[in-house]
Design a binder for this molecule. Sequence first.
Ligand SMILES: C[S@@+](CC[C@H](N)C(=O)[O-])C[C@H]1O[C@@H](n2cnc3c(N)ncnc32)[C@H](O)[C@@H]1O
Length: 254
Amino acid sequence: MSFSSTWLDLREPVDHLARDPELLARARRLISDLPDARIVDLGSGTGSTVRALDLPDAHWTLVDHDETLLAEARRRSGSRTSTVQLDLREVSAIPLAGAQLVTASALFDLVSGDWIDALVERMTAAGIGIYAALTYDGTMKWNPADKADAAVRAAFNRHQQTDKGLGPALGPQAADYLASGLRQSRFDVSTAPSPWIFDAGHEALYAEMVRGIATAAREAGCTDAEAWLERRLDALPELNAQVGHLDILALPPA
Ligand SMILES: C[S@@+](CC[C@H](N)C(=O)[O-])C[C@H]1O[C@@H](n2cnc3c(N)ncnc32)[C@H](O)[C@@H]1O
């Protein structure tokens, strides 16, 4: 599945506001305390997580299959950042050697349960922690409410569970699945909500997002999606909405 840097740039300021500040601060402290720390960011895009964590001394390896996004990431990052073009389907090829932390943002809802099992197995064997931010949790809140909100959300969530290139995606179940797999492997797991909160000033992202939701809902068979989209765009001046995500920080067993 491909993502444009225009879309990633549009979402980044809202993503940064949404990330749970406590888990972000704990992930930063973990790395700040380590000399020559190495972090591997999965599905890095242009490096949003590098900018969110803002760790000037850390060595980053950014992994993505999209060379255009990786080139942009290199342009925006310092000399301590390297990139690896890789299809993440190959979990065994993810370069984890020497890393203390795996990070990802807005990635885990795209992956399958088998993919998470394979990644957790590798992280357990290597004793590496993970900071996974902004996994969509299936919830949406709209104000004013619309008669088609529930039908559109249900169809969108079904669409989120189709194959996005990494096996049948877990979509809204992904964060719970990841947290529970990590707990079973005796990681110390913390979770926190990180919703996108839309109010005045976020109109551009909101408009792109509702278009994307409507397209996916229509593809998943929702016949109300087009009319819902028109009403949601008409309601833009009264903008007040939330889309739920979950952040996870998990430290390996001592
Ligand atoms: C929603 S974007 C998030 C990007 C970035 N983490 C951020 O928060 O801005 C998902 C990212 O995963 C990457 N991706 C999706 N499927 C992939 C795959 N099979 N292998 C490698 N990267 C993949 C995309 O290219 C994209 O950069």
